[in-house]
Design a protein. Structure first.
Length: 276
């Protein structure tokens, strides 16, 4: 799954521009031959918000004008070529609109209570890109059903943004946390030691990227619905089995645990509407 995610990232960047952040406990699961770009080790898990900010803190001192794509590695996304069109579209949009992070959202297929939801607003310049009206994280079933019926979208957390724009959105809600990060900029740029990283993580609190950063700044976020893309968060085994059953894929048990999932979708022609 990590290698698939890297493959998606390489459609908008080169390997020397890829930064993969992993927890120390996850390193043993990554094959030694895997090409992951620059690997950043987190001393421990403090939530998606800290993981993303720790990554941005490695990027900003070197390239304050960088555009970043945040791609969680526990996602099933297919077909890849259609997803890549949306990702490239998002990068172009952010280049022209640097103050507005752009979320790639999935079209909901059920009233899922374990996903985040996005209620959308108006079209941006008569395009397929929409403003965000409200985020709703893991709603109860009754509300999830209402959101589904209204055409709300699933929040994939796949985000394209200017790095410094995300940084300032975080500063607006957690100024002390950002100050702590900026105090270690020089250490991160030169190569922070494991002991220094551990000490830093002991001084900060957990942070959720969607709830604590995106939701609070909803007025500044835009969203791009990924029509024609099948998306699933594979954080739970039952979702893996659901995709396998939905598309008649062979069981991992019968194939040694590895096969090409995206080939099922290669023959499906799709169109992506430009925002221009």
């Amino acid at each position: 799954m990590v290698e698939k995610t890297i493959s998606r990232a390489l459609d908008v960047s080169s390997l020397n521009q890829v930064l993969t952040i992993v927890g120390k406990s996850q390193l043993s699961f990554i094959p030694p031959h895997a090409k992951l770009g620059r690997v950043i080790k987190q001393p421990r898990n403090l939530g998606t918000g800290i993981g993303i900010l720790y990554s941005l803190a490695h990027i900003l001192p070197r390239n304050p004008e960088a555009i970043v794509s945040i791609l969680p590695s526990d996602h099933f996304v297919a077909p890849k070529r259609v997803f890549s069109k949306f990702l490239r579209l998002a990068v172009r949009f952010v280049k022209d609109n640097p103050q507005n992070p752009l979320l790639l959202a999935a079209q909901a297929t059920s009233p899922e209570t374990d996903y985040g939801w996005i209620e959308t607003g108006n079209s941006i310049n008569d395009s397929s890109i929409l403003s965000v009206s409200r985020f709703r994280e893991k709603p109860p079933m009754e509300e999830a059903s209402r959101l589904w019926n209204r055409g709300a979208l699933w929040n994939t957390m796949i985000t394209v943004s200017k790095a410094k724009t995300l940084w300032e959105l975080a500063r607006a809600v957690k100024p002390d946390l950002i100050r702590h990060f900026e105090e270690i900029f020089s250490s991160l740029d030169s190569g922070i030691s494991e002991e220094e990283a551990e000490n830093f993580y002991q001084r900060i609190a957990p942070l959720d990227f969607s709830k604590d950063i995106l939701e609070v700044n909803a007025h500044q976020i835009n969203v791009l619905p990924m029509r024609g893309v099948v998306w699933s968060d594979w954080g739970r085994p039952e979702r893996i089995l659901e995709i396998i059953g939905q598309f008649g894929l062979p069981s991992p048990m019968s194939t040694g645990g590895s096969y090409e999932l995206n080939r099922t979708f290669r023959e499906r022609p799709r169109r992506v509407k430009s925002f221009a």
